[in-house]
Design a protein around this ligand. Structure first.
Ligand SMILES: [Zn+2]
Length: 290
């Protein structure tokens, strides 16, 4: 279509190697119409929208039914109003028959922001989050495989040393036992040193206070920053939303974060049925997980 609208052949003009020919094609579009169209195309070159629309939840949403991302898109209603949606990509692009319904951008974004702000502002919820995260940290520390190996080697070395000592006490002493004694003592010193290093690496790095501050400060940010900082992913269903929070705690190197759920309640999300102007309320279960 774009090429047709700028093609001078419709004016009866043909250009080749800098030469202009007007006797090859008949003119089928008057020059006035052609110029008007050119002006209009030029004006629309950078798109009609002058206001940049920010989709706060872009790249954060996943469809709970088919697992595809939920992407942002816009459409024009019958009265010419531009409406922005979040729609399941699997349903839209792959026509996979997914049952996830599209949601109006403003409703979903407001609902998510309000839910986060409301829930994390409750002292009860915050205490649950902090307690849970402290427990995760302790678990991670206990489970350090390097520390486990070092501690078990230390026990073995101590046993060997004890056995050797009782042999010496019974009068069994030779150049070999003497050499072995020194080896074991050196090994024990080395192991104790490594255990200290490993313990300092894995000891609790974030205090309760720091975790609390992390969330409190995130809540004061602008919506986009707040979402970037706090939200890892949101899995959307038609009647349920699971919000995965970012945790301030470094997760284990294998990337398995041990999340926990700290909230599961019915909330109400305003939404519009078939473009009727009054928002209806839809009951939705919200599960917040770290
Ligand atoms: Zn889907």
């Amino acid at each position: 279509m774009y090429h047709i609208l700028k093609n001078e052949k419709y004016l009866g003009i043909y250009r080749n190697k800098g030469e202009e020919y007007d006797n090859i094609y008949p003119q089928i579009v008057p020059i006035e119409i052609f110029d008007k169209v050119r002006a209009k195309v030029q004006k629309n070159k950078y798109g009609k929208r002058s206001v940049q629309v920010t989709y706060l939840l872009r790249h954060k949403l996943k469809c709970g039914y088919c697992g595809h991302p939920i992407s942002a898109e816009s459409g024009t209603s019958s009265n010419g109003e531009v409406i922005h949606y979040y729609k399941c990509h699997g349903r839209k692009k792959y026509r996979n028959g997914c049952e996830k319904t599209a949601l109006r951008k403003e409703f979903l974004e407001n609902f998510v922001l309000e839910t986060i702000l409301r829930e994390l502002s409750k002292p009860d919820t915050m205490n649950k989050v902090v307690d849970g995260l402290m427990q995760i940290q302790e678990m991670q520390n206990k489970e350090s495989p390097i520390l486990k190996t070092l501690l078990s080697e230390k026990r073995q070395t101590e046993t060997a040393l004890n056995n050797l000592m009782s042999a010496i006490e019974q009068g069994i002493i030779s150049a070999t036992t003497n050499k072995r004694l020194h080896e074991l003592e050196n090994k024990l010193t080395e192991l104790e040193r490594n255990i200290l290093i490993e313990q300092s690496k894995t000891k609790i790095t974030l205090s309760e206070d720091k975790i609390r501050k992390y969330y409190e400060q995130a809540l004061l940010k602008e919506p986009q920053m707040l979402i970037n900082l706090l939200i890892k992913q949101i899995v959307l269903y038609n009647d349920k939303m699971i919000v995965y929070y970012n945790s301030p705690i470094q997760t284990s190197p294998d990337g398995n974060s041990q999340g926990f759920s700290f909230y599961d309640e019915i909330a109400f999300m305003p939404y519009i049925i078939q473009n009727k102007p009054t928002p209806a309320m839809r009951a939705i279960r919200v599960i917040l997980t770290v």
